[in-house]
Design a protein around this ligand. Structure first.
Ligand code: ATP
Ligand code: MG
Length: 209
């Protein structure tokens, strides 16, 4: 069984997240991709003061029709700061597999700053998705200084536990949650940037105004 973990603030979720996750799902042959909204993102202020239950609801609406996508409220239920390593360990214990941790290139470039970053690579495969405007530095530049070692293999990289880092080029959609929030603040349309149900929910709840 191949399980993906896709973490994020999802504030709000948009077609950039959804299409990228769908392409990764197919490329890697994942049975399920768990979308895991973070409770308190350690690296950023949560814009708009949007409570976790609303971000969960938006993700639920957005993925509803995809049988391979699932919502996990694990990080929200844990409370406190959300650290990906806890989520990865939870999936390992609950399902007995090494999960595929999915993230965008912009997020991957910061991974050395993550909580217990070096240990992460022993616990999960990493799937790095291309993203417009995110540079793709050499792996050594991203992991530089971390006590980890990878060798090139199969177009990706592998470490001594057999865990891999893969780079997947996904359709470039220059959409971000920041863009959605900014359009909302300006009273402009977010149609065709998010699923229709998400758009309706955001409007009805008067979010990001
Ligand atoms: P914000 O603008 O608030 O930072 P965001 O659009 O970057 O929001 P996040 O919730 O921060 O969304 O992203 C969660 C994960 O999804 C990150 O790993 C990020 O790199 C990835 N991601 C987000 N948007 C895209 C996109 N358009 N293409 C590829 N990856 C994306
Ligand atoms: Mg982001």
């Amino acid at each position: 069984m191949r399980l993906g973990i896709f973490g994020g603030t999802f504030n709000p979720i948009h077609f950039g997240h959804l299409r990228a996750a769908e392409e990764v799902r197919q490329e890697i042959g994942l049975d399920t991709v768990f979308f895991v909204p973070s409770y308190i993102p350690p690296h950023k202020e949560l814009a708009g003061g949007i409570p976790a239950d609303k971000r969960l609801e938006i993700v639920r609406l957005a993925i509803r029709t995809n049988p391979s996508f699932a919502l996990s409220s694990f990080e929200v239920e844990q409370g406190g700061s959300s650290y990906s390593i806890r989520t990865i360990e939870h999936v390992r214990e609950a399902y007995g597999v090494t999960p595929y941790f999915i993230l965008g290139q912009d997020a991957f470039n910061e991974i050395s700053t993550w909580y217990q970053s070096a240990r992460l690579f022993g616990l999960a495969h990493f799937v790095v998705m291309s993203r417009p405007d995110a540079k793709r530095p050499g792996l050594k530049d991203v992991l530089g200084g971390m006590p980890v070692s990878f060798e090139e293999s199969d177009g990706g990289y592998v470490n001594d536990t057999g865990n891999r880092i893969m780079f997947v080029n996904v359709t470039a959609l220059d959409i971000s949650s920041s863009l959605i929030r900014s359009l909302r603040r300006q009273g402009r349309s977010i149609r065709y940037l998010v699923p229709e149900e998400v758009e309706d929910y955001i409007r009805n709840e008067r979010m990001y105004e």
